[in-house]
Every structure is written in structure tokens, then in C-alpha cells.
Design a protein around this ligand. Structure first.
Ligand SMILES: *Cc1c(COP(=O)(O)O)cnc(C)c1O
Length: 306
């Protein structure tokens, strides 16, 4: 697999760079590709089953489904109960993950926590459990590969940026690249929660800078400011996800002024269902221009091999 490309964009009069990890693959891309890299390199006969759990529109779920399809591993995904509308949706991450062979199991709300906590009990050797969002120390290997690719770009840039959920990506990136400042921002929960999540994996290094949003945004809720940023970046010719990227771009544009290489964390496949919600909420109806501007790219060139 060749290094993912780097693009130069101009945003608010600033020159910035974007590492296009979104182009790696339609389903197994962005930071989920990096986080699952070690598993992708694992010989197919090492496991026969992967178990994970979490949200039904999760990008990690879709990436794992794609990984398991390539490896011919069974994939079982546990969630809390789903609405009928969600189950019958013909688009979005959940629909695509099912098409890739994912087996979905609903757990009753009251049993969910206990069941998840007991997942690793009595596991056979050929089953591997991936925690929600792929927060695992095994993510480090793939992020070191990304770090090496970034060094090889030889760009005159001293700062990187990537948004955080669990913080796994930003943390291992900062650890692997001590010569760079790595900016991130919490998109799920607040700064304190993010630091706790990171500290559970490794000590937070000094070159990792957590930018604090000026107000609290609830994860996966439509916000008009986020939609404005989405459209602005789209007009640069790059589509970013609607859950994480807008918060990162907002902090980056408002709180920094140096040249930054933004690591595209993928997740664009989730926009299908998110754009629908923006529409329903009556936030700026997607006009024809925006739809046309959605970038199409030749994915066949960037397909990865298992
Ligand atoms: C999962 C995800 C993140 C968060 O990654 P963490 O390593 O959990 O911090 C950020 N952006 C996108 C698009 C994602 O899918």
C-alpha cells in the first residue's frame, strides 16, 4: 500500500495541508484503517471471530465489518435496542456493515453494561474483542506507520491536527512524532474526559495540545455552525465527516495560526445518514450546489489489500 496523498487547501485565507487518509478505502479508511492496521496485517488463520460493541452508526463498526469480510472472519456486533426505522434504513454505516456480513445482536438496555463487561470471559483463542471505538494499545502500530508517512512528506510544517473521540489516534500520533505539535479537540465529552481516556492507554506527552471548544457541543447532534464548516471545507474540494471534523476545524481556525497538516480521519460514509438528519431538522436544506460539489474520487486507485 502506497502512502496516502497530501493536498494543499486555502481556508479563511490560510494555507493548510490535508493528509487524505479518507482515500484509502470506501469503508476501511481514515483513522480506523490506522487503528486496525495491526489486525489487517494478522494472518487470517489466527482468528475466526471478532466481537465488538457500541453505536449503530459508528465508523469503527463499519471498518471492522470491512476488515472481517477481507479476512473471512465472523463479526458479531452488540448494541442496545434499535428502532425499526434504524433497522430498515437503506443507507448509512449500519446498512453497509450488514451488507458486509456483520451479525448484529441487540442487548436489552438493563443487561448491556454487564454483558459488555463480561465479553472477555471464557473467550476461545480464535476470538478477538475490540473495545468501543477501537480504543486499544494495538492501535499504536498503525499510527507509527502514519507517523513515518508524515515524516516522508518533507513538508515545512511543524503542527498536525486530528479530532478526538477516544483520543487513541491523537495520543499515539503525538507519541510517534515528538518533533511535531499535535492539536486535537474532544468531540465526545469534555477535555477532562478525553484526558482520562488517553491516560488509560499511555502517558499524555507534552507535544499533544488539546484545544477546548468555546461551548459544549453534543456528539452527533446537528449544529448549523458545523454545517457551515462542512460546506466551507467542501468548497475546497474535500469532504470531511460531520461528527468530528467540524469541531476540529473550528478550534483550529480560531485558536491557532501556524501552518498545519490536518490528518483526515475518514468517516465520510456516515455523512449519508447525518445529512439526512440535517435536512429533517430544517437546517439549511442541502442545495444543488452542495450536492454536486460532493467529491467523487477514484477509489479503485487507492484500494488496499488485505
Ligand atoms: C473514530 C473517529 C474519530 C475519533 O478517533 P479516536 O481515535 O477515537 O479519537 C475521529 N474522526 C473520525 C471521522 C472517526 O471516525
Amino acid at each position: 500500500m502506497t502512502n496516502s496523498p497530501v493536498c494543499e487547501i486555502e481556508l479563511d485565507g490560510r494555507v493548510l495541508f490535508v493528509k487524505r487518509d479518507d482515500l484509502i478505502d470506501p469503508f476501511l479508511a481514515g483513522n480506523k484503517y490506522r487503528k486496525l492496521y495491526a489486525l489487517l496485517q494478522t494472518p487470517a488463520n489466527k482468528f475466526n471471530k471478532i466481537i465488538s460493541y457500541g453505536g449503530t452508526q459508528s465508523n469503527a463498526m463499519l471498518a471492522i465489518a470491512s476488515l472481517c469480510q477481507r479476512k473471512n472472519w465472523e463479526f458479531i456486533y452488540y448494541t442496545k435496542p434499535l428502532s425499526l426505522t434504524q433497522k430498515s434504513e437503506r443507507r448509512g454505516n449500519f446498512f453497509h456493515a450488514l451488507s458486509l456480513g456483520m451479525r448484529h445482536v441487540q442487548l436489552q438496555e438493563m443487561h448491556y453494561r454487564e454483558f459488555i463487561a463480561s465479553l472477555r470471559l471464557n473467550l476461545d483463542e480464535q476470538t478477538f474483542v475490540i473495545d468501543q471505538g477501537g480504543a486499544d494499545t494495538s492501535a499504536r502500530e498503525g499510527l507509527e506507520v502514519l507517523a513515518q508517512e508524515i515524516r516522508e512528506t518533507n513538508l515545512d510544517v511543524k503542527a498536525l491536527a486530528t479530532p478526538s473521540g477516544t483520543g487513541t489516534t491523537a495520543l499515539y500520533l503525538a507519541i510517534s512524532l515528538p518533533e511535531y505539535t499535535v492539536y486535537t479537540t474532544p468531540c465526545v465529552g469534555d477535555v477532562l474526559y478525553l484526558k482520562e481516556q488517553m491516560s488509560a492507554l499511555a502517558e499524555i506527552p507534552n507535544n499533544l495540545v488539546i484545544l477546548e471548544p468555546e461551548k459544549k457541543y453534543h456528539f452527533a447532534k446537528p449544529y448549523s455552525v458545523f454545517f457551515e464548516i462542512y460546506k466551507k471545507t467542501l468548497s475546497c474540494g474535500i469532504e470531511f465527516d460531520l461528527l468530528y471534523a467540524p469541531g476540529m476545524w473550528k478550534c483550529l481556525l480560531e485558536q491557532t495560526d501556524e501552518k498545519v497538516l490536518y490528518i483526515h480521519s475518514g468517516g465520510v460514509s456516515g455523512n449519508e445518514s447525518m445529512l439526512q438528519r440535517y435536512k429533517k431538522k430544517g437546517f439549511l436544506a442541502l442545495n444543488a450546489d452542495t450536492t454536486v460539489a460532493r467529491v467523487s474520487y477514484d477509489i479503485s486507485k487507492h484500494r488496499i489489500k488485505a
